[in-house]
Design a protein around this ligand. Structure first.
Ligand code: FAD
Length: 391
C-alpha cells in the first residue's frame, strides 16, 4: 500500500537507515534495563559517535557531516523509536553545540566543534534555574569581569547531561539593569575551577538521561569564552531553541510511531469475546486517529525543517508549531497505546508503559507547550498587524 513519499535523497535515506539500525539493534534491547537502573547510556553514545551522528549538523570544516536541521530530524525520529531518554542525550549535545555553531568565533568553533562532532566530548545547554523556567529573564546566575577572567556564580537547574558533558553553553546575567540585553552566553568546561554538579534527579520518565544542577561557585573562566557579544545571551538562547525545537517534534513522531506499532501488533493478537480486539471499531478508530496524526506531525516537522534549511530568517513561529503539534500528539498516542493494551499496557512487561511516562517531558522541556502557544499567538498577532488577515 502506498506510503507518503518525502522524496529523501540517497544520503538522507542512508542517515535514516544508520540511525534505525542503531535504534533497533543497540537501543531497543537495553532500553528497559537502562530505564530501570537509571543508567547513563555510555555504550550507545559510543555507537552514535562511531556512526558520526554527533557531527550530523556540524560543517565538514569542523569534522562534521555538514547536514542540516532536516537530517537531524530524520536521525532523531529513528533514535526516538527506540528510546527518547537516549535520544534526549544525543539531542542535548546538539543543543549545547548550536550556540557555538551559530555565534562562536572562528577560534571557538575550531576548538570545540570537532570534539562535539566526533562525540569525544558531550555538550549541554544551561539556561533554566529554580526561579527561572519559562520566565528566562528571571535568571540570577551572574558573570562578572575580573582581571583577565569572567567569574560565574549561581545555580542552573535540570540540565540534561549535567555532569556527563564536558562542554557547557551557559546564559548568565552580565548587566542586571539592561533587561533583554542584560545576559551573555559563555562556554564553560568541565574541570573549570568552581564548577560543581548537583545530585542526579530522579524522574518520572527519561530515566536513562541524566539531569543535574550546575553549581557555579566563583567559577573562573578565561575572557575568550564569551559566545557572541556581551548582552546577546537571550538572543543566543532563543535562536538555539528555534533551531532545536523541530528536533523535539521529530522525537515525538518517532516515539508515537513506536507506540502505534506496539498497539497495532497487540490489537491483532489479543482475543476477547472470541475475536481479535482489532475487529472492534472502537480500537480501529483509535489506531486510525493515531496513524493519521503521526503522519500529519511528520509532514509538519519535515516541512518546517526544510524551510529552515532553505535559509528562512525568522522561524520562531514555525519552529514552535513543529514542536507543539507532534509532542501533544505523542502524549495522546502513547496514552492511547496503553489504553489499547489495557491492563497489560500498564505493566512494565510491555514497552508502552515507559513510552507514556517518557512522552510527558516532550510537552515540558525546550519551552512548555503553553509557552509555544504564546510564541505562535504573538507571531500571528504581529503578522496581522503587518499585513492584515488573509493576505
Ligand atoms: C527532564 C528535563 C530536562 C531538562 N533539560 C534542560 C536543559 O538541558 N537545559 C535547560 O536550560 N533546561 C532544561 N530543562 C528545563 C525546562 O526547559 C523547563 O522545565 C521548562 O522551560 C519549564 O520551566 P519550569 O519547569 O520552571 O515551569 P514554569 O515556567 O514554572 O511553568 C509552570 C507551568 O506554568 C505554565 N506557564 C508559565 N508561564 C506561562 C505563561 N506566560 N503563559 C502560560 N502558561 C505559563 C507552564 O506552561 C507550566 O505549565 C529540563 C527540564 C526537564 C523536566
Amino acid at each position: 500500500m502506498a506510503q507518503v513519499n518525502y522524496f529523501l535523497t540517497e544520503e538522507q535515506q542512508m542517515i535514516v537507515e544508520l540511525a534505525r539500525k542503531i535504534s533497533r539493534e543497540k537501543i531497543v534491547p537495553v532500553r528497559a534495563e537502562l530505564d530501570e537502573k537509571e543508567e547513563f547510556p555510555w555504550d550507545i553514545i559510543k555507537d552514535l559517535a562511531q556512526a558520526d551522528l554527533f557531527g550530523l549538523y556540524i560543517p565538514e570544516a569542523y569534522g562534521g557531516l555538514g547536514a542540516g536541521c532536516f537530517e537531524m530530524c530524520l536521525a532523531l525520529e529513528e533514535l526516538a523509536y527506540g528510546c527518547i531518554a537516549v535520544t534526549t542525550t544525543f539531542a542535548a549535545s546538539a543543543l549545547g553545540g548550536y550556540p557555538i555553531l551559530l555565534f562562536g568565533s572562528e577560534e571557538q568553533k575550531a576548538r570545540y566543534l570537532p570534539d562535539i562532532a566526533s562525540g569525544r566530548r558531550l555538550s549541554a545547554f544551561g539556561l533554566t534555574e529554580a526561579n527561572a523556567g519559562s520566565d528566562v529573564a528571571a535568571i540570577q546566575t551572574t558573570a562578572v569581569e575580573e582581571g583577565g577572567s569572567w567569574v560565574l556564580n549561581g545555580t542552573k537547574q535540570w540540565i540534561t547531561s549535567g555532569g556527563e558533558a564536558d562542554i557547557y553553553t551557559i546564559i548568565a546575567l552580565t548587566d542586571r539593569n539592561k533587561g533583554a540585553r542584560g545576559a551573555t552566553a559563555f562556554i564553560v568546561e568541565k574541570g573549570d575551577p568552581g564548577l560543581g554538579f548537583g545530585k542526579k534527579e530522579r524522574k518520572m520518565g527519561l530515566r536513562a538521561s541524566s539531569t543535574r544542577e550546575l553549581i557555579f561557585n566563583d567559577c573562573r573562566i578565561p575572557k575568550d569564552r564569551v559566545l557572541g557579544k556581551r548582552g546577546q545571551g537571550f538572543i543566543i538562547a532563543m535562536r538555539t531553541l528555534d533551531l532545536a525545537r523541530p528536533g523535539i517534534g521529530a522525537i515525538g513522531v518517532g516515539l508515537a510511531q513506536a507506540a502505534f506499532d506496539e498497539a497495532l501488533k497487540y490489537a491483532k493478537e489479543r482475543i476477547q469475546f472470541g475475536q481479535s480486539i482489532m475487529s472492534f471499531q472502537a480500537i480501529q478508530h483509535m489506531l486510525a486517529d493515531m496513524v493519521t496524526q503521526i503522519e500529519a506531525s511528520r509532514a509538519l516537522v519535515y516541512a518546517v525543517a526544510r524551510t529552515i534549511d532553505a535559509g528562512a530568517k525568522d522561524f520562531a513561529k514555525l519552529s514552535a508549531m513543529a514542536k507543539l503539534f507532534p509532542t501533544d500528539m505523542a502524549m495522546k498516542a502513547t496514552t492511547d497505546a496503553v489504553q489499547i493494551l489495557g491492563g497489560y499496557g500498564y505493566m512494565k512487561d510491555y514497552p508502552v508503559e515507559k513510552m507514556m511516562r517518557d512522552a510527558k517531558v516532550l510537552q515540558i522541556y525546550e519551552g512548555t507547550n503553553q509557552i509555544l502557544r504564546n510564541v505562535i499567538g504573538q507571531a500571528i498577532n504581529k503578522e496581522y498587524a503587518i499585513r492584515g488577515c488573509g493576505n
